[in-house]
Write a protein of this length. Structure first.
Length: 238
């Protein structure tokens, strides 16, 4: 693109004003120069807009890049949350990842909780984790379900479509129970972990951990080694 200075100092009629020389160009050339200036101004405006990181209009919904399912594993499908409304009045629905029926034939794993050996159902895929104990009528006194994630972070579990209470152990990457919380039947409000190092979650009947003397500090392993080494690689959700 030719420089503007070379375009504005081409020969033509001229006169001086206040010691400054002005050149008068033919009208056709003036129109061309004005269009060039307009195009340059528009280009600079576009560069400024992009460089400032302007937000999209309110009607455009920006989706998170991760999995979101919410940054929170067991609540990946919070379909109970209110559906957002765009500026145009259209209702946007949340994606649903949980199943419409109770889970059957889940894989199982042999675990050691302290010195006690148990067999637990395993949830490691997105639909399995999102569904959990949903649509079931109860949980046996010795029945457990372990949720496996790819790495540590804060977790939050809720009880949508689960009509009975349970106890939940939040477990860190080393396999150590960090805390045990009670989740109430049909409570759609998630109960977050206090620790941000939670990689595994074990669900059981109310008072299960108390009856067996398990609590914060109890180590959980598999029959073949540490939880992170044996079960971590099969996780499909971080």
């Amino acid at each position: 693109m030719p420089s503007l200075s070379s375009q504005l100092h081409r020969p033509g009629l001229s006169r001086r004003r206040g010691g400054v020389r002005f050149s008068r160009l033919p009208s056709a050339q003036c129109e061309v120069r004005l269009n060039d200036v307009k195009r340059l101004f528009a280009l600079l405006l576009c560069v400024w807009w992009v460089g400032c990181g302007a937000q999209p209009p309110a009607s455009v919904r920006v989706e998170p890049t991760a999995q979101t399912p919410s940054n929170q594993a067991a609540v990946a499908a919070r379909s109970s949350a209110a559906s957002p409304v765009t500026a145009s009045g259209a209702v946007e629905t949340e994606p649903v990842f949980h199943l419409a029926t109770a889970q059957v034939n889940l894989p199982q794993v042999k675990l050691w909780i302290g010195s006690r050996e148990i067999v637990s159902a395993v949830c490691h895929t997105v639909p399995q984790i999102a569904t959990g104990l949903m649509h079931r009528t109860g949980i046996g006194p010795e029945e457990t379900m372990i949720f496996i994630f790819a790495g540590p972070r804060e977790r939050s579990f809720y009880m949508k479509n689960v009509p009975f209470d349970i106890d939940v152990a939040y477990i860190d990457s080393e396999g150590v129970i960090q805390e045990i919380v009670r989740l109430k039947a049909n409570d759609a409000q998630g109960v977050p972990s206090k620790s941000s190092r939670i990689q595994f979650v074990l669900e059981a009947a109310p008072e299960y951990f108390t009856r067996h003397g398990f609590g914060p500090g109890t180590l959980i392993t598999t029959e073949r080694g540490a939880l992170a080494e044996v079960l971590g690689p099969i996780a499909q959700l971080n």
